[in-house]
Design a protein. Structure first.
Length: 307
């Protein structure tokens, strides 16, 4: 150290175990303030610069971007936010790596005849994949002019989130699901829309879908317990949703007609089959999907009206 108690840029670099180029880089970006200049115009640093330089290098070693390093150094309370942000970034990177690893295992474990098709499927989604295509599908399938709050609730139940640590089978199922929703929507052709989606049928779709969300939730309870379709609160709620949406009463005749209507309505069974595969747990029974709940309730209605 010189008589004035300051270090040259080379002395600081030597004590920090780094290079002059590194010290100059952080100095030029304002992260490492100089204590002054020598008579010859050379940079001089005080002892406190050593601790600051070590902090900078530690944050950079953790992958913190230079602008975020500067923010952490400026305010004592900013470091926690910077660390939290970096954890989110690392989590996203790990999720992408886990997805790619599972996709590679999928390709490694299939036959040569399957590989080209599966490569096309998994190559069409990002890693990890997003759900925007699924949301677009549902906005096309649902009847128009539903309240935004109800649409959000339906999408929350209908759209599966990609697993954080997927198996190869889950990668394949999600890729197939993405391909399914990216094709022509089954509900876009007027003649193929469910009756409840056609305004000339006299339905109030918001009343119907609000009731169906409740009915599916009620049906999920006996489904988790492994109980077969049966009469009860869930079925009553299900039928009531259709009756109220038509402004009519729930009668035996209405139930009989509803059974026939629902049996004839277009279905998206493939969607729900793939959702079940995407969300399949490692152990234990799967969580009922709205599609499975609808089938369970329709089976209960069919059994009741056949008696």
């Amino acid at each position: 150290m010189s008589p004035d108690g300051l270090w040259s840029i080379g002395e600081l670099a030597e004590r920090a175990g780094t290079t002059v180029k590194t010290v100059r880089f952080y100095s030029d970006r304002g992260l490492l303030p100089e204590a002054g200049r020598s008579a010859g115009g050379h940079r001089r640093y005080g002892p406190e610069a050593l601790d600051r330089l070590r902090t900078i290098r530690s944050l950079r070693a953790l992958g913190v971007p230079v602008p975020e390093v500067g923010r952490a150094l400026e305010r004592d309370d900013a470091l926690e936010d910077v660390v939290a942000g970096r954890l989110r970034d690392v989590g996203a990177q790990l999720a992408a790596l886990r997805w790619r690893e599972a996709a590679l295992h999928l390709l490694q474990g299939c036959t040569a005849e399957e590989r080209a098709d599966r490569l096309r499927l998994v190559g069409a989604v990002s890693a990890p994949p997003g759900t925007a295509a699924l949301a677009r599908f549902w906005r096309g399938w649902l009847p128009p002019r539903l309240p935004a709050r109800l649409v959000s609730e339906i999408l929350e139940h209908a759209i599966p989130q990609p697993p954080d640590d997927p198996t190869p089978d889950q990668v394949l199922a999600f890729a197939r699901l993405h391909a399914f929703v990216s094709g022509p929507c089954p509900g876009t052709a007027r003649q193929r829309r469910p009756a409840a989606h056609r305004p000339e049928e006299g339905y109030r779709p918001a009343v119907l879908y609000g009731g169906l969300v409740e009915a599916y939730g009620l049906a999920a309870q006996p489904m988790r317990a492994g109980r077969p379709p049966h009469r009860g609160e869930a079925l009553d709620c299900f039928v009531s949703a259709y009756a109220r949406s038509r402004g009519t009463r729930d009668t035996p005749g209405f139930r009989l007609g509803l059974r026939g209507q629902l049996a004839a309505d277009p279905r998206i069974d493939r969607y729900w089959q793939l959702v079940a595969e995407v969300t399949a747990p490692e152990a234990g029974p799967p969580e009922p999907t709205p599609g499975a709940a609808h089938d369970w309730l329709l089976a209960a209605l069919s059994e009741e009206t056949a008696a």
